[in-house]
Design a protein. Sequence first.
Length: 109
Amino acid sequence: MYGSVVRATVASLFWFLTLLILVTQLVAMSEILKWVLGVPRWVGALVGGLVIAAYFSAGGLLTSTWVNVAQLVVLLLGFAIGVPLALSTAGGWDAVVAAAPPNPEYLSF
């Protein structure tokens, strides 16, 4: 359906974005280890990389899938609790609508 140029472009973008996700995870792990243990950032990144490699080697993609499912459940529960609390704190949906700009298309899908 799509040409090889489009497929190559999308594959390159996915590869690059996946690499960015890995980098942000390694930076986050290195910062946490820096704060908790006082190790340099590069040591934390190295330890984080080794933990990630060991995790995927031991559990494989199925384990990764189950972890992602658990994360999804936690996120959905968080939103299911957080959105009603935020609406209640804001004064309800009517208060949110009243605070919206006067543009009638602002809250329409």
